[in-house]
Design a protein around this ligand. Structure first.
Ligand SMILES: *[C@@H]1O[C@H](CO)[C@@H](O)[C@H](O)[C@H]1NC(C)=O
Ligand SMILES: *[C@@H]1O[C@H](CO)[C@@H](O)[C@H](O)[C@H]1NC(C)=O
Ligand SMILES: *[C@@H]1O[C@H](CO)[C@@H](O)[C@H](O)[C@H]1NC(C)=O
Ligand SMILES: *[C@@H]1O[C@H](CO)[C@@H](O)[C@H](O)[C@H]1NC(C)=O
Ligand SMILES: *[C@@H]1O[C@H](CO)[C@@H](O)[C@H](O)[C@H]1NC(C)=O
Ligand SMILES: *[C@@H]1O[C@H](CO)[C@@H](O)[C@H](O)[C@H]1NC(C)=O
Ligand SMILES: *[C@@H]1O[C@H](CO)[C@@H](O)[C@H](O)[C@H]1NC(C)=O
Ligand SMILES: *[C@@H]1O[C@H](CO)[C@@H](O)[C@H](O)[C@H]1NC(C)=O
Ligand SMILES: *[C@@H]1O[C@H](CO)[C@@H](O)[C@H](O)[C@H]1NC(C)=O
Ligand SMILES: *[C@@H]1O[C@H](CO)[C@@H](O)[C@H](O)[C@H]1NC(C)=O
Length: 883
């Protein structure tokens, strides 16, 4: 009995062996086909991988074979083909496969550990996919790998100790994931490592492990934008092969180890910017002469820069801005042969810019603002043909501007404001790319050169606070100036009409001899001079006229400044109106009562609807708990907001304030808010309209972020802050209140409510600085509401469900995407809705860097829209975008 069984076993074994032998010569093709079978290939990129193809499989897309001794697949490169589905271990039946690159696809699964069965595999590249889950301790099974790239995925959790057994690794990339915790000391044994990338893992709160210093072959150490803390370990001097060291945007403290720069003789790039480092400029920085990039900015380094910087013959980028450096700036730096970028703003440097700057033939950008540089602006500057930005405000430069200072054919930004320059403004003819010129707050005299009007892209011109005389050149009307400030000079004569109507009058202040409509003086050839007292009436009349005529009114153009005292109880009220509201603070206060209050108090205070004597309605927001801004800076901030002109941003008509509170007066929209609409039981809105709303909101935000100067963040995007007009054109309200209440109060208000709002991006609690990405996140939440038809915060089975979590849970299951889409919308729009859902998911990515900018969002949404053939629902922005 036992013998029979044994024989049967032998027989089976021989059969299977012979099958194996047969197939080993003929089945690589079948292996590839069965690997393909588990892959979803929606772009049909692998259509050539086919059983019927006459093409030899070694010639299939992505396949490379060795040809000794027999043809056999050694490499598969399927990057960027939009592949998804399963990565099947069947691929390991290819005995010689050593290279597998599936990067930049949409594989959505945990790390495929089963690939460790591929006996010859040396390179596994899974970067830029949707790989999720933790790194299991079984990662050690990949012991034969030389290159493991898991960068740009969604891998989370701690780095396991077992990683230390991948002793053959030369490249390990785990950057741009969601790893967390402390990095264990596992690198000491990975002695072959040449590239280690743990960057952009914001939850990796850890010291830099000392044992990294043992990696003598390491060329690149990339730890930027994670949360490394503590000191830079002295042990890093052991990294003798290092060429790239990036420790920027962490939380590192202490100094740069003194021996570090001189030990790392092969260093090409050193970036320790945006930490909390201090101490002197690292010595011996160019011992190896190969340094191209030196970036120390935004730390607390002090002391002076040694003259030995002249050894840095390869240096291209020198960035030490936002530190506490002082002393004479080394002249040698200006003529380093390769230097392109010099940024030293916000330090305490002294010294001059030598004429030898003309030798810096590659120089592109110089920023010296807010130091103590002195002397003349050198003639040599005009000889640097590659220079496109020169910014040296807030220094002590004096003397006359050299006539050629703007002769670089690519020069686009010049800022010499707040210096002591004298003499005339030279006729600028050559810098045809000049976009922005600021010479404010100097002692310039003479006339504004009319040649400025011939600079075709000049958009920002600030000549305020000088001693300029003569009239404003008529030709300036032809420019598309977004800013034209000549206040506080001694200009005279008639102001060109479009400059009055298009720009705030305050930009003309302090020139008693200027005349024109809306100015204290009317020109003698226009109409007889009137008393100052009646001017405001005249202004109002003009504005109303313009209103009636339907002409666009420029907000912020005319400011009426009045005081009103309502007795001791509420103290002194001041108001500034940017529109002819003909209302007193008293009217406002009386109009603001329980009856006129709209709904609940938002984060920052209640909104009231107040009827003006004219019958018009305005919305008044009462800001409680605002910071201790001075009346002057408050006025400046609100003016900044009131000047915004965009069809998707609510206009601010004026404001009143006392010592205790601020009332912002907004235009009133009859359609209510998007939030109101969505919260209705029977919420119904066509997809086309929803998309139009999304695009409008995105355009409004993109405008605030990128086009408006100063750039603003909204910081409180949510559906209840999106108002709709009668045509469902959305308008953002409650924007940039941080500027009104002050950052500290803003943060404390936000934080007190943050726990309950799912519009706020998760990093808000810990990140150092407010970013555009916070707005992208909140926008993503609104877009999820539009796609799903659900309120962001809704109760489901008594638990409050945050829409981001709800959607993510759904889309992680098969067919879940369709469960997310609002069932009230017809299937014909599902493709577009899925497109919008995809954008919303990217916007609500946990990792801020993964979120698209609002400009990209606008583009993506518009491309969805154009697919549905509904063109021209939206016009372009009203303002020219600065270059
Ligand atoms: C990429 O793949 C996804 C999922 O398979 C599919 O929905 C999408 O249309 C594909 N994109 C392109 C450009 O083929
Ligand atoms: C390919 O075709 C052969 C016969 O021509 C067949 O035996 C084999 O199963 C096919 N393979 C696949 C993966 O369809
Ligand atoms: C691959 O294609 C090239 C030319 O298209 C041909 O010369 C070569 O023999 C093919 N290789 C195999 C293994 O069939
Ligand atoms: C491929 O693998 C087979 C089986 O392991 C081996 O006999 C052959 O030499 C390898 N070929 C190459 C080119 O490495
Ligand atoms: C992985 O593939 C991506 C996409 O081609 C590439 O950018 C990256 O450099 C590769 N990783 C390694 C370690 O070669
Ligand atoms: C490094 O290797 C040694 C010897 O092979 C071993 O004892 C030690 O545990 C390893 N360390 C790590 C961190 O893997
Ligand atoms: C930086 O470290 C300090 C303490 O050392 C901590 O309070 C702070 O939250 C950290 N900041 C970040 C962004 O990790
Ligand atoms: C630099 O700052 C340190 C304190 O962080 C101080 O002790 C030292 O004197 C400063 N050096 C110079 C040159 O200002
Ligand atoms: C100028 O630089 C100092 C630090 O040297 C900084 O404190 C100050 O805020 C800067 N001023 C401006 C206007 O940026
Ligand atoms: C402007 O010129 C007047 C005299 O013409 C002089 O008193 C004044 O100080 C000058 N102002 C500036 C800012 O140079």
């Amino acid at each position: 009995m036992a013998t029979t069984t044994f024989c049967t076993y032998l027989f089976l074994l021989s059969v299977s062996l012979s099958i194996f032998n047969l197939s080993s010569s003929s089945s690589e093709r079948d292996t590839l086909l069965s690997f393909k079978a588990s892959i979803v290939d929606s772009k049909k990129a692998l259509s050539g991988w086919s059983n019927t193809s006459s093409n030899h499989y070694c010639n299939w897309t992505g396949i490379t074979c060795s040809n000794t001794p027999l043809l056999s697949v050694i490499s598969i490169n399927l990057q960027s083909l939009n592949l998804s589905g399963d990565i099947s271990s069947s691929i390991c039946d290819l005995p010689n496969l050593s290279y597998l690159n599936l990067a930049d696809n949409i594989f959505n699964q945990p790390i495929p550990l089963h690939l460790s069965q591929c006996g010859s595999l040396e390179t596994l590249n899974l970067s830029t996919n949707l790989i999720w889950g933790t790194i299991p301790s079984q990662i050690s099974q990949f012991a034969s790998l030389r290159v493991l790239d898991l960068g740009r995925n969604h891998i989370e959790g701690n780095i396991p100790e077992s990683l230390g057994s991948l002793k053959n690794l030369q490249v390990l990339n785990m950057g741009s994931n969601l790893l967390s915790g402390s990095v264990p000391a596992v690198f000491g044994n990975l002695t072959k490592l040449e590239v280690l990338d743990l960057s952009q893992n914001p939850y990796l709160v850890s010291e830099i492990p000392e044992d990294i210093g043992e990696l003598e072959n390491l060329k690149q150490l990339l730890l930027q934008s994670s949360s490394f803390q503590g000191k830079i370990p002295d042990s890093l001097v052991g990294l003798v092969s290092l060429t790239h060291l990036d420790l920027s945007e962490n939380n590192l403290t202490g100094g740069v180890p003194q021996a570090l720069p001189s030990s790392l003789k092969n260093l090409v790039s050193l970036d320790v910017s945006q930490n909390k480092l201090l101490g002197p400029f690292p010595s011996g920085i160019c011992k190896g002469e190969g340094l191209v990039n030196l970036c120390l900015h935004s730390n607390s380094f002090n002391g002076s820069i040694p003259n030995s910087i002249d050894e840095c013959k390869s240096l291209e980028r020198f960035q030490v801005q936002n530190n506490a450096f002082s002393g004479d700036f080394p002249a040698a730096l200006w003529s380093l042969p390769k230097i392109k970028l010099i940024r030293v703003e916000n330090n305490r440097f002294s010294g001059q810019i030598p004429e030898s700057i003309s030798g810096a033939v590659q120089l592109e950008q110089v920023q010296l603002d807010n130091n103590s540089f002195a002397g003349k602006i050198p003639q040599g500057l005009g000889l640097v043909k590659s220079l496109y930005r020169f910014s040296a405000s807030l220094n002590r430069f004096d003397g006359e501007l050299p006539p050629n200072f703007c002769d670089s054919p690519v020069m686009s930004i010049v800022n010499l404001s707040h210096n002591s320059l004298s003499g005339q403004i030279p006729a600028l003819k050559k810098c045809r790319k000049l976009v922005s010129l600021s010479l404010a707050d100097n002692s310039l005299t003479g006339e504004i050169p009319s040649s400025l009007a011939e600079l075709p892209v000049l958009t920002y011109l600030d000549l305020s606070d000088n001693n300029l005389t003569g009239s404003i050149p008529q030709g300036l009307q032809n420019l598309k100036l977004a800013l034209f400030n000549v206040s506080f000079n001694q200009l005279s004569g008639k102001v060109p009409y479009s400059l009055i109507s298009g720009l705030p009058a305050s930009f003309l202040d302090g020139n008693p001899d200027l005349c024109g409509p809306g100015l204290p003086n009317s020109c003698s050839d226009d109409m007889p001079r009137r008393h100052i007292g009646s001017i405001t009436t005249l202004v109002c009349a003009l504005i109303s006229l313009a209103f009636v005529a339907g002409t666009a009114i420029v907000v912020g153009g005319f400011i009426l400044y009045r005081r009103y005292s309502k007795g001791n109880r509420v103290g002194v009220w001041r108001s500034v109106f940017f529109y002819p509201l003909r209302i007193t603070e008293h009217d406002l206060l009386v109009g603001m009562n329980e009856k006129s209050s709209m709904g609940n108090a938002g984060f920052f205070g209640r909104v009231y609807v107040v009827s003006l004597p004219s019958g018009e309605l305005v919305a008044v927001k009462k800001l409680v708990n605002f910071g201790n801004q001075s009346s002057k800076s408050l006025k400046a901030e609100v003016k900044t907001l009131a000047k915004i002109r965009h069809k998707n941003v609510v206009k601010i008509l004026g404001f009143c304030h006392s010592d205790e509170s601020v009332f912002l007066i907004y235009e009133y929209l009859h359609g209510g808010s998007l939030g109101d609409l969505i919260s209705r039981q029977n919420f119904q809105l066509q997809w086309v309209v929803r998309l139009k709303i999304a695009i409008g909101v995105a355009q409004g935000l993109a405008y605030l972020h990128k086009d408006y100067v100063p750039h603003l963040l909204h910081r409180n995007v949510k559906s209840s802050n999106i108002l709709l007009d009668a045509n469902f054109e959305p308008k953002l309200t409650d924007f940039a209140l941080d500027r009104v209440v002050g950052e500290a109060s803003f943060q404390s208000i936000l934080n007190s409510e943050a726990a309950s709002s799912c519009y706020i991006a998760p990093e808000n609690g810990y990140s150092k600085k407010a970013t555009e990405q916070l707005d992208s996140y909140s926008f993503g939440v609104v877009l999820l509401e539009l796609v799903s038809g659900r309120q962001a915060e809704e109760t489901e089975s008594s638990d409050s469900v945050d829409i981001v979590k709800w959607v993510r849970r759904k889309v992680n299951i098969a067919n879940g995407v369709h469960q997310v889409l609002d069932p009230k919308i017809s299937n014909t729009f599902h493709q577009e809705m899925i497109g919008a859902l995809d954008i919303a998911l990217r916007c609500t990515s946990v990792v801020p860097e993964k979120r698209p900018s609002m400009v990209e969002v606008v583009r993506s949404l518009q491309s969805l829209e154009s697919r549905s053939c509904i063109a021209n629902l939206h016009e372009p922005n009203e303002e020219p975008s600065p270059v």
